[in-house]
Design a binder for this molecule. Structure first.
Ligand code: SAH
Length: 226
């Protein structure tokens, strides 16, 4: 069987449906209460975003390697960041245009694409950028992808209602604050490898209010492209 046949084989489908519903229950138990976020996680097959040899672990609540020393984020963290982003929205300030830094496997971008009309995502590693493009196209998900250094953001597409960063930078890249809309929010891990914090930065005009969401562990935010 080739990869596509294997992924669509009924046995594999049933196993993933069962393990996936266990994962969704676990996320709910951990405080992911938004049904739109849980439904998005249910509708995106995470096993499409990991290598075949790891597909049987795709619905474990854990980060997994995606090659080149990078990882697909833990489902709980994907859900938490997505929920925090949507909670920031209001009828006067809808979450219509979002930028992700660190496309990686494309999984977080896929979840965002289920919930947000315009999704942009930047990845510094060419191979990961290309593989994510193929996966998202295969699932018919429209995401604007760019191969580049996310430190500069995506000025041509700004302003964004929300920005998610999925690699940990020592400091907040200033371009990302500049590219937030007047009431936008930025969610990002900051700090060194073993003491990172997930920050929520809310913009109100020229004022930026920071809140720590929790301790996290992400791969490092790196300069330039490869
Ligand atoms: N959101 C991803 C998680 C990938 S891990 C997913 O759902 O799979 C973080 C990713 O950030 C890695 O692929 C890494 O190459 C990328 N990255 C690190 N520094 C970056 C930068 N300056 N600009 C763009 N991408 C970056």
């Amino acid at each position: 069987m080739n990869t596509e046949q294997r992924k669509s084989a009924p046995g594999v489908g049933m196993t993933s449906a069962r393990t996936q519903s266990r994962l969704i229950q676990r996320l709910q138990d951990q405080g992911i209460h938004r049904l739109d976020v849980l439904n998005a996680l249910t509708s995106i097959p995470r096993h499409h975003f990991v290598e075949e040899a790891l597909a049987h672990r795709a619905y474990d609540d854990t980060a997994l390697p995606i090659g080149f020393g990078q990882t697909i984020s833990q489902p709980y963290i994907v859900a938490l960041m997505t929920q925090a982003l949507l909670e920031h929205a209001s009828p006067e300030y809808p979450m219509n245009r979002v930028l992700e830094i660190g496309t990686g496997s494309g999984y977080q971008a896929a979840i965002l694409a289920k919930l947000i009309p315009e999704v942009y995502s930047i990845e510094r590693m060419k191979t990961l950028h290309q593989q994510a493009g193929m996966r998202l196209a295969h699932l018919n998900l429209a995401v604007h992808l760019k191969h580049g250094d996310g430190y500069a953001g995506w000025p041509e597409a700004a302003p964004f209602d929300g920005i998610l960063v999925t690699a940990a930078a020592p400091d907040i890249p200033p371009a990302l604050l500049d590219q937030l809309g007047p009431q936008g929010c930025l969610i990002l891990p900051t700090g060194k490898t073993d003491e990172q914090q997930l920050l929520l930065v809310k913009r109100q005009g020229n004022h930026f209010q920071k809140t720590v969401l929790r301790a996290v562990r992400f791969v490092p935010f790196l300069p330039g492209t490869e």
